[in-house]
Write a protein that binds this ligand. Structure first.
Ligand code: NI
Length: 255
């Protein structure tokens, strides 16, 4: 049986506060071979690195999420750079734009996003990108910077997906592809070339059917994998193997 590689999760979330240790300790027996935890600010990036030191199978992305981009300390970028030097930090993320919540002014979001893209370029590290209801501006910035990295929880159209693939980036899909109203997501899953596809949970959010609405953990990727394997017309084994290889290549992880 091929193992599960979850390219994007948030085990620092308070929804895991009561049993984090237990959940993470049970991952190996649930066939999870690797998890990349994504920081969303300085504090959660630091927590991410703590988990990395604690668990062999855990790696980390460090960075500032657009919702956390306001009121940053002046030396925030230096702080992220220092954390990115950790031997288990494998990406800058999650970074991007979020116009759904719109709690942070857009010009600040763009500034923090592009500064972190420049940092990733300087450090030759991949980026993990969050784009919610901000497709136009996100694409404009990606066209300019052409980063190496992953569009996480991709929610755009097939046309946008094509452009991202043409820019050389990869795309990770999560539980949404199992939802009943996921037509968009199914078309995208069909389109993404197999060598650019990865699997994620975004745990504790976006649990796949039949766990929709519940707290998500990395073992639930199996439901997402089954659905995508069906769409792709390959076996689940094969899909898990290919997506794990893609993730290892992207993050520079040797399992
Ligand atoms: Ni996330």
């Amino acid at each position: 049986m091929s193992g599960i590689f979850d390219v994007h999760a948030h085990y620092d979330d308070e929804k895991f506060d009561t049993d984090r240790e237990e959940v993470l300790s049970s991952m190996a027996e649930k066939n999870v071979i690797c998890i990349v935890n994504a920081g969303t600010d300085i504090e959660t990036s630091r927590k991410t690195l703590n988990y990395c030191e604690r668990y062999d199978f855990m790696y980390g992305a460090v960075g500032i999420h657009p919702e956390c981009a306001d009121n940053l300390p002046q030396d925030y970028l230096k702080e992220i750079e220092n954390m990115a030097m950790h031997e288990k930090a494998v990406a800058i993320g999650e970074i991007g734009l979020d116009y759904y919540w719109d709690g942070v002014p857009r010009d600040i979001q763009k500034k923090v996003f592009t500064e972190q893209l420049e940092l990733a370029y300087k450090l030759s590290m991949p980026v993990v990108i969050h784009d919610r209801d901000a497709h136009g501006d996100t694409m404009e910035i990606l066209r300019k910077y052409k980063p190496k990295g992953i569009m996480h929880c991709f929610s755009g159209s097939v046309e946008m997906c094509r452009e991202i693939v043409n820019l050389g980036m990869s795309i990770s899909l999560g539980g949404v592809v199992t939802f009943k109203n996921a037509r968009h997501s199914v078309e995208v899953a069909k389109y993404i070339p197999l060598d650019r596809l990865m699997l994620e949970t975004d745990a504790p959010y976006l649990a796949p059917v039949p766990f929709r609405g519940k707290r998500c953990d990395s073992s639930m990727i199996m439901m997402t994998a089954e659905r995508i394997a069906e769409i792709k017309g390959i076996s689940v084994e094969e899909l898990l193997k290919i997506t794990a290889e893609n993730a290892c290549r992207m993050y520079g992880i040797v399992l």
